[in-house]
Design a binder for this molecule. Structure first.
Ligand code: 0X9
Ligand code: ZN
Length: 301
């Protein structure tokens, strides 16, 4: 079991996934979809009632090492969902969920034990001095453009080519290997800033379905406030936060044609920033759960 009163280490998070599979065998399956640069497993939890024809949503957490609230929130969401499954909305239950709570296990461990502010993975680069690729600049859509760096010593280093990293490749390969999954949603969970944003990450043209994606994001933000939560700013990512190319959300939208692609930047707005105290895990995760439920409703309808 996990609790949400403090930030857990990687082993606890992975054990928790196996605990869920053991406790809810009809709903939960754990799979290792690949390995990290340092050889750690990348684990995925599938939540499904097994019905044929379900649409699917991919939820990705922990791509940035220091954003500890992301894996904490993702594990909270899956626990609330699975443990209260029968009371969940029919939209939630009518979807198959594919969840990777920690896409950057090496980075998470490094941030947890050695350098709290580490962001990237831990892969060896062309520079002798600097390690790590920004996994949210390494995806194969618009790679290397706006807001990514060619300097391995920079925090937004995109890698030597698109999908140079085993962490991003593991997700891309999972999609390739499973052509029958009916992907309709992709949610990438980060901190901080309190944003619910959608493509594009680099400010190209406005999407054809901009109005639809905006409507769902706004609805999520309104639902959060109605539940007594914080304010979340909504809009296209590149214009609302800053331009960033080679991000997972744009790959989901642009390369996989997944309609409802979102990035959620969790609490806060800068007071504690990446060092969000653990007492805020539960309220933050509750807000994210509301957002995910709102997106699920749109995906299912
Ligand atoms: O820079 C990122 O990858 C994300 N922000 S973070 O502080 N969590 O690192 C933003 C990704 C969303 N896309 C854009 N802002 N374009
Ligand atoms: Zn991030």
């Amino acid at each position: 079991r996990l609790t949400w009163n403090y930030y857990h280490n990687l082993d606890d998070i992975y054990d928790f996934l196996h605990y869920l599979e053991h406790t809810y065998p009809k709903l939960c399956t754990v799979r290792t979809i690949g390995g990290s640069a340092e050889g750690r497993p990348i684990k995925l939890l599938k939540i499904s009632n097994g019905r044929k024809g379900n649409r699917a949503v991919f939820v990705e957490g922990g791509i940035h090492a220091r954003e500890w609230i992301s894996p904490a929130t993702v594990t909270y969401i899956i626990y609330q969902f699975v443990s209260g499954y029968n009371k969940e909305t029919s939209s939630m239950r009518g979807l198959d969920w594919y969840v990777v709570p920690v896409l950057n296990p090496d980075g998470y461990l490094y941030s947890y034990n050695i350098d709290r502010m580490w962001r990237k993975n831990r892969s060896v680069t062309k520079s002798k001095e600097c390690l790590g690729v920004d996994l949210n600049r390494n995806w194969g859509y618009d790679w290397g453009k706006n807001g990514s760096s060619e300097d391995p010593c920079h925090n937004s280093y995109g890698g030597r080519k698109p999908f140079s990293e085993p962490e991003t490749t593991s997700v891309a390969r999972f999609f390739l290997d499973n052509p029958d999954i009916d992907w309709r949603g992709y949610v990438s969970i980060h901190s901080y800033g309190q944003y619910i944003v959608y493509p594009w990450g680099s400010p190209n043209a406005v999407l054809d379905d901009n109005a639809e994606l905006n409507k769902v994001a706004k609805e999520a933000a309104v639902n959060i406030v109605s539940a007594g939560g914080e304010t979340y700013t909504v809009g296209p990512a590149g214009l609302t936060i800053y331009p960033a190319a080679g991000i997972s959300m744009d790959w989901a939208k642009g390369s996989q044609a997944i309609k409802y692609a979102y990035t959620i930047e969790l609490r806060d707005t800068g007071r504690y920033a990446f060092l969000l105290p653990a007492k805020y895990i539960k309220p933050t995760a509750e807000e994210a759960l509301i957002a995910v439920r709102t997106i699920a409703k749109a995906v299912a309808s």
